[in-house]
Design a protein around this ligand. Sequence first.
Ligand code: 5GP
Length: 215
Amino acid sequence: MRPVTLRTRYGTALVVSGPSGTGKTSVCKKLLGRDESLHFSVSCTTRPARQGEEDGKDYYFLSRDEFTQRIREGAFIEFAEVHGNYYGTLRREVEQYVLNGEDVLLDIDVQGAREIRNEIFNTVLGYCTVYAYVGPPSFDEMERRLRGRGTDDEEVIARRLENAVNELKAWREYDYMVINDDLDEAVANLNSILKAAQFMTARYSVSPWQQNSEE
Ligand code: 5GP
């Protein structure tokens, strides 16, 4: 039996969504930290960088003009307005990994995930993408975590809560549910989802025993 080469095997795109206040970002960061072969899809955004964030690592920070230019060029698989700012996923960012047999994590909101699902339906990328929802253990806990950030005024919190409640309604659109009660457990569960996804038959462009034509 010939060994399977990377060229016959695609990577996995793991889309992770969930309302603010679920600890989704912490879960994603921790998984990325423990699995060096997992890449992060760096999105474009028009929101200003927060303290400690790096351009090209956390986001590509763009002006509105630069962002709309990218829209015109068709560079995004999806883009959405979240909390008054634009966010978008670059097609090349995801494809460069998946088509090369590598895995990539996308931390995007519910609207973005919906758009991606439609955009890549029935394509190689579509077969290689799985959707996981990170949910809070309870509504009260989500509110507590949202307030716990402490930096925002009531109006901002109220808007976040309203968004969060709307985002919660979308849970059924996802393949997997990870309740973030205990951070380490949530990370382990998301990792299991990724591992299982790596073994889907859809990852093979040809049968694992067939030689690639270029070999
Ligand atoms: P933050 O500004 O806190 O980094 O992110 C705010 C929200 O935007 C989060 O829910 C995050 O998942 C979402 N987000 C980040 N990047 C993208 C993207 O490329 N597309 C979409 N649709 N949402 C994104």
